[in-house]
Design a protein around this ligand. Structure first.
Ligand code: SF4
Length: 343
């Protein structure tokens, strides 16, 4: 078996609270992604999925201090032990990120050409003309129309969809081995979400990019991610091949997520079932299963004892005392927004 591009082993990450306490966000994460593979990471807000991406990238918000243990291996090199200089060297060429909101990730007062070629100009001097030509090539590769003109533009002159394409062009400029995409379509109109995801798929396939696709919408991963990791309370609670996880979920949280996805087939449901309660407060650690207060299957053991890892099938596991063995769940297919439902 070839070495995965990214291998995360026993990763624990704590953020330092204003009172100096460590608040543990990530608990014993184990994941891997091979070349050309898409791993979908799904969970609600507060599940820890964005902290996971930032820990892999090694970049946390300026006001946040983070402490991590375990290993984050990029082609076998442990990024947690890398010097700041080595980290900087890898940003753009080893790992790149596509952000959620292109309006905030792009600098409003810097021309598109300079932003798209930034990871290249960090390494070699490029004159203005070379920057414009290179940027136009990179923009053309992500289907930006009239790329030479757009290279000279500022972010506010482009639509949201085009700005996200610019973000993708900038991420791909340094030919990274690993792409982190954190809710890359959340800020976009539903009509352009699919084209942006198709674009990411195309580049993953043609460049052999390992892709970590983070989303709150499990339906979006269907047909795109080869494997899914479901996160809850900073833990991976279920992981496995996409088909197995979406058709035969073993964890009650995954099953509840799937029930809340609109379907393209079957009878129209006017009200989608929501998961009662809210995501756990990660600053209050629990000894048992973090989903227990919201789980309809919970028993007394669930509230006091961490759930064991249950094998649900080949490469398919779920951390649960009472895993589901129910009949297969119909696959969600591509997700719909309410506006796409027939009236
Ligand atoms: Fe529900 Fe218990 Fe399983 Fe947690 S361990 S998901 S509370 S059944």
């Amino acid at each position: 078996m070839t070495t995965p591009v990214l291998e995360i082993r026993s990763l624990n990450t704590a953020l330092v609270a204003p009172d100096g306490r460590d608040v543990q966000i990530l608990h014993d994460i184990d994941l891997s992604i091979g070349a050309g593979e898409c791993l979908g990471v799904v969970g609600e807000s507060g599940s820890g999925k964005s902290v996971l991406a930032r820990t892999v990238l090694g970049v946390h918000p300026r006001t946040t201090r983070a402490r991590s243990t375990g290993q984050v291996l990029l082609h076998g090199e442990d990024l947690l032990g890398a010097t700041p200089a080595r980290r900087t060297e890898l940003l753009g060429t080893g790992i790149a990120m596509v952000h959620q909101d292109p309006m905030t990730s792009l600098n409003p007062v810097v021309r598109i050409a300079d932003q798209v070629t930034e990871s290249l100009t960090n390494r070699r001097r490029l004159g203005r003309r070379a920057r414009l030509e290179t940027a136009a090539e990179l923009l053309a590769a992500v289907d930006v129309p009239d790329p030479a003109r757009r290279a000279r533009a500022y972010p506010h002159e482009l639509s949201g969809g085009l700005r996200q394409r610019v973000g993708i062009a900038a991420a791909l400029a340094g030919s990274p081995a690993l792409l982190l995409a954190d809710e890359p379509t959340t800020a976009l109109d539903v009509t352009v979400q699919r084209t942006v995801l198709d674009l990411l798929d195309r580049h993953r396939e043609t460049r052999g990019l390992a892709t970590l696709l983070i989303t709150h919408d499990i339906g979006l991963l269907y047909g795109r991610a080869r494997r899914i990791a479901v996160m809850y309370g900073g833990r991976v609670v279920e992981t496995g091949p996409t088909e197995a996880v979406t058709e035969r979920p073993a964890h009650p949280y995954t099953a509840a997520l799937l029930r809340s996805v609109p379907r393209v087939t079957g009878p129209l449901r006017r009200t989608l079932p929501a998961i009662p309660g809210s995501a756990p407060d990660l600053s209050r650690p629990t000894a048992g299963c973090p989903f227990a207060p919201r789980c309809e299957r919970a028993d007394s053991l669930c509230g006091t004892t961490a759930p064991p890892v249950h094998r649900a099938g080949p490469g398919h596991t779920a951390a649960c005392h009472l895993p589901l063995t129910a009949a297969p769940t119909p696959s969600p297919g591509p997700s719909l927004t309410p506006s796409e439902h027939p009236a």
